[in-house]
Design a protein around this ligand. Structure first.
Ligand code: UD1
Ligand code: F6R
Length: 380
């Protein structure tokens, strides 16, 4: 029933080249570069006119919203806020009829998300669902929405639902901005990117053996940082969540720009630090964070672009005279194919899902059943 895999989590990780295609099937037209979401057709005018979009979710689903925020802002020019459902309910913030609320949930049964939905429905906002389970409470109670069609997700740690939610949100951002001529080129670039994503995901899966070896070498560590910037900030948070929930290593996702404002104090010899350093417009900031970390002898492992630019200049390998300078080739690097900046998250997160998986397995834990956690959190 696990299709030859030792765990559902690994099976679901390996399903992703296929599950993201299922999310796009019948919805993205690669020939005429358009997007159609049947569930939203009758609601587009209202959504495009809304004065604000509020995305609401928990856990991994919250991270997919966070990952999509930049693109929503860029393409729609509508102000976006992203809310953790429980905190949103605790605050009871102002909400209006001309707001659109997007609820993202794999199960469609998460209690906090459902209570937030009730709150938004009562205030007359347009409530849209992005849900995996057809017929779930969230799918039924929202006014309209998109089923992500990722197929059943059994492992408690969410993997393929995350990548499919993100693809669904990208399709929504493309659809909401269809009437904006100024975004035509950018939209085309993203749609082309979606078309080649599946084969690139399969390429990332080929890193499995090196990731397993790295996990073996890292398994006795008790803490770890995962650093990202821009689009990769959400990837860092989601990667850290995966690692902590199944391997019980205290992993923390940190925005690179915040390093100097506190977390740099943690960096010392041998602290494992995953640095997401794929090529994008923030690459200079990434390179500067790399030197902040290596000069303090942290032990970075890099997620970088295949054939990407150099991360560490040979002459700057160390700024500390007392240690032998280390070259870029001395560090572990997971090289992933390059794609459009806003889709890179989907490739990069796979590396962290696999790292989390192998850390759990090497430590002797069952990644399908993390302690104290349930697949759907149906109580508040
Ligand atoms: C639908 C069919 C799909 C069929 C396709 C053919 C279903 C579930 N889907 O897919 O089998 O192949 O037409 O055109 O029968 N909805 C919500 N909230 C949510 C998610 C969805 O209200 O969170 C609503 C949508 O607004 C829509 C319906 O549920 O009315 C189905 O949504 P979805 O499956 O995404 O629609 P299609 O992709 O058109
Ligand atoms: C983590 C994980 C959880 C869920 C969260 C929301 O791997 O699975 O953080 O993402 O409980 O669940 P859904 O998406 O079902 O609302």
């Amino acid at each position: 029933k696990r299709g030859g895999y030792d765990h559902f989590m690994l099976k679901e990780i390996y399903e992703q080249p296929e599950s993201i295609v299922n999310t796009m099937r019948g919805r993205v037209n690669f020939e005429n570069q358009s997007v159609k979401l049947g569930g939203l057709s009758n609601y587009l005018t209202t959504i495009r006119r809304s004065r604000r979009i509020v995305m609401i979710a928990c856990g991994t689903s919250y991270h997919s919203c966070l990952a999509a925020r930049d693109l929503f802002e860029e393409l729609t020019d509508i102000p976006i806020s992203v809310e953790v459902a429980s905190y949103f309910i605790d605050r009871k913030p102002p909400l209006f009829r001309d707001d659109t609320c997007i609820f993202v949930s794999q199960s469609g049964e998460t209690a906090d998300t459902l209570v937030a939905l009730k709150y938004c429905l009562e205030r007359g906002a347009m409530c849209v669902g992005v849900v995996n389970v057809v017929g779930s409470s969230l799918s039924r109670l929202t006014m309209c929405g998109v089923h992500i069609n990722a197929g059943p997700e059994i492992g408690v740690a969410s993997t393929k639902a995350f990548t499919s939610q993100y693809v669904a949100l990208v399709m929504m951002a493309l659809l909401f901005s269809e009437d904006r001529m100024s975004k035509l080129q950018r939209r085309k670039e993203i749609i082309d990117g979606l078309g080649t994503l599946s084969e690139k995901l399969s390429e990332v899966l080929e890193l499995n053996d090196v990731i397993e070896e790295t996990a073996e070498a890292m398994k006795d560590k008790t803490k770890m940082l995962v650093l990202g910037s821009g689009y990769q900030y959400a990837t860092a948070l989601e990667g850290a969540l995966k690692i902590k929930e199944i391997s019980y290593i205290l992993a923390e996702g940190i925005l690179m720009g915040e390093l100097k404002h506190g977390p740099l104090a943690l960096v010392e010899k041998d602290l494992p630090i995953v640095m997401i350093a794929t090529k994008d417009k923030l690459y200079d900031l990434v390179a500067s964070s790399v030197s902040q970390v290596t000069s303090r002898l942290g032990e970075p492992v890099f997620i970088t672009s295949k054939n990407g630019p150099r991360l560490i200049e040979p002459t700057k390998a160390s700024t500390d005279g007392k240690v032998a300078a280390r070259a870029e080739s001395d560090y572990v690097k997971f090289e992933v194919p390059e794609t459009v900046d806003c889709l890179q998250t989907i490739l990069n997160i796979l590396v962290l899902q696999m790292l989390g998986y192998w850390l759990a397995v090497k430590k002797g834990y069952d990644p399908d059943f993390p302690r104290n956690l349930a697949k759907a959190v149906t109580t508040r």
